[in-house]
Design a protein around this ligand. Structure first.
Ligand SMILES: NC(=O)c1ccc[n+]([C@@H]2O[C@H](COP(=O)([O-])OP(=O)(O)OC[C@H]3O[C@@H](n4cnc5c(N)ncnc54)[C@H](O)[C@@H]3O)[C@@H](O)[C@H]2O)c1
Length: 288
């Protein structure tokens, strides 16, 4: 069943995509906590703009204590969107902002996921077949290297890899009393949009570097944040059968990323490698 309609905690919730995610969730009847490092005034304005049951908590996702506090008293937490992220704009300096970028885009997502799972664990087990969801915000730069932004690319590859592993790891828990894995009802997904019209990417930022403009054109232009958000909600949050990674681009539409092209990856996915590791590897390598 779809995600429970409780509280959604959205990091970077006061930005372009964050506000769109909040709108989608409010439309579905949930409540929203925006966790962002903007000023209290901007946070309050965002809440006012969104209306509904929305609150703001001031939080820098790289500060473990602050992020922990953002999760406090979230008894009815159903959805966590690890969305806060930054990019480098100066194509001339390939290492611009590399440390904060890794801190926000990677550490923030890993710690947000850890805290989400910890909070879910403290809640009543799901008994009505619904699910609780963690949605990480990746990027097409996490699936196709963006050569003008190598560190941003690295952070988004990290989000995609982490999410692929967590999609499986968080879905089950080992129960020693029956010596079996049991389903948790927790789903972890990542949405990977191409360029979307937000504070991060817009006509002004694109005007600064013609290479970025060309890349945007290659993907079919700018997405609207609401389009990205609705795609992520319809295909991931609302759908229990959703796969791990959702790509959203104007040129190719909304599609789950299909991994498994490499024979080792296929073998891992279909469990062949677990059943017969050496036999499977020998077959892949073409040796006897
Ligand atoms: N806009 C795009 O083209 C695009 C494409 C693919 C992926 N993304 C990803 O989408 C996510 C949201 O980006 P956006 O386009 O809405 O950008 P944005 O700049 O409009 O919003 C980002 C928000 O994150 C907040 N933020 C930044 N650092 C933070 C921190 N340390 N702690 C808490 N909040 C912080 C900002 O205050 C801002 O409100 C990012 O992860 C980004 O990498 C964006």
């Amino acid at each position: 069943m779809a995600c429970q309609r409780g509280l959604a905690l959205i990091t970077g919730g006061c930005g372009g995509l964050g506000m769109a995610f909040a709108r989608s969730w409010l439309q579905r009847g949930g409540s929203v906590r925006l966790a962002d490092m903007v000023s209290q005034k901007k946070g309050d304005e965002a809440c006012q703009q969104l209306g509904g049951n929305t609150t703001f908590v001031s939080c820098d996702v790289t500060d473990k204590e602050q992020l922990g506090e953002a999760f406090a008293n979230a008894e009815d937490l159903s959805l966590v969107i690890n969305n806060a992220g930054i990019v480098a704009h100066d194509g001339a300096d390939l290492f611009e902002n590399w440390e904060p970028m890794i801190g926000i885009n990677v550490d923030g997502v890993v710690n947000g996921t850890r805290l989400a799972l910890e909070t879910f664990e403290g809640q009543k087990p799901i008994e009505d077949g619904t699910s609780r969801v963690i949605l990480n915000v990746g990027s097409m730069a996490g699936l196709i290297p963006t050569t003008v932004m190598p560190v941003y690319t690295a952070t988004k590859y990290a989000v995609v890899g982490f999410t692929r592993a967590m999609h499986v790891a968080a879905s089950k828990r080992y129960d020693p009393s029956i010596k079996k894995n049991v389903p948790t009802g927790i789903r972890v997904h990542a949405v990977c949009p191409s360029f979307a019209d937000t504070g991060m990417v817009n006509a002004d930022t694109l005007a600064k570097d013609p290479r970025n403009k060309r890349t945007v054109e290659l993907f079919g232009g700018l997405l609207t944040p609401d389009f990205v958000s609705e795609a992520a909600f319809e295909k991931c949050v609302d759908d229990p059968a959703a796969r791990a990674i959702l790509r959203v681009t104007p040129v190719d539409g909304v599609k789950f990323d299909e991994p498994g092209a490499h024979p080792v990856e296929k073998a891992v996915r279909n469990n062949a490698i677990r059943a017969d590791p050496w036999g499977t590897l020998r077959k892949i390598m073409g040796s006897k």
